[in-house]
Design a protein around this ligand. Sequence first.
Ligand code: FAD
Length: 124
Amino acid sequence: KKAVDCPPNSGVLGRASWTLLHTMAAWYPDQPTAEDQQHMESFMSALARFYPCTWCARDFQANLEESPVPTSSRKELCQWMCEQHNLVNEKLGKSVFDCDLKNLDKRWRKNTQDPECKTSGLLH
Ligand code: FAD
């Protein structure tokens, strides 16, 4: 173990942020209320404004303008988040992720197939 907990770099911040964002999308309501939808929209625009990696935030803001966050269902939100993440993956030369909802749910919501995942995913 390291002697000190250092402030995050863009990689550490990014992994933690994507975990929150994909998991939040995974548990977003299938039929959100108008209020749910407004809050999700505000959350994403605040994120684009305050994301503390400035060059990441600049691109994210532009992507958000190009493709506004769809808030009318869980499925659309999950797939949009996946596409946003893939834009960054492409920019960094990483492989893209399969944005099929089943695949996203297995990674971010519930995985009952893999024994290693049996004790996780107990958020709801
Ligand atoms: P990450 O990319 O953090 O992925 C973590 C896990 O998510 C992966 O192991 C995989 O299981 C899963 N995953 C991968 N792709 C997807 C997907 N499309 N959908 C769902 N799940 C997926 N870094 C920069 O250097 N420059 C930037 O401009 C930049 N912009 C960013 C913008 C935002 C909004 C965020 C949240 C992060 C940004 N980052 C940026 C950080 C970058 O995306 C990575 O988080 C960081 O490089 C660490 O990468 P990683 O390989 O550990 O995995």
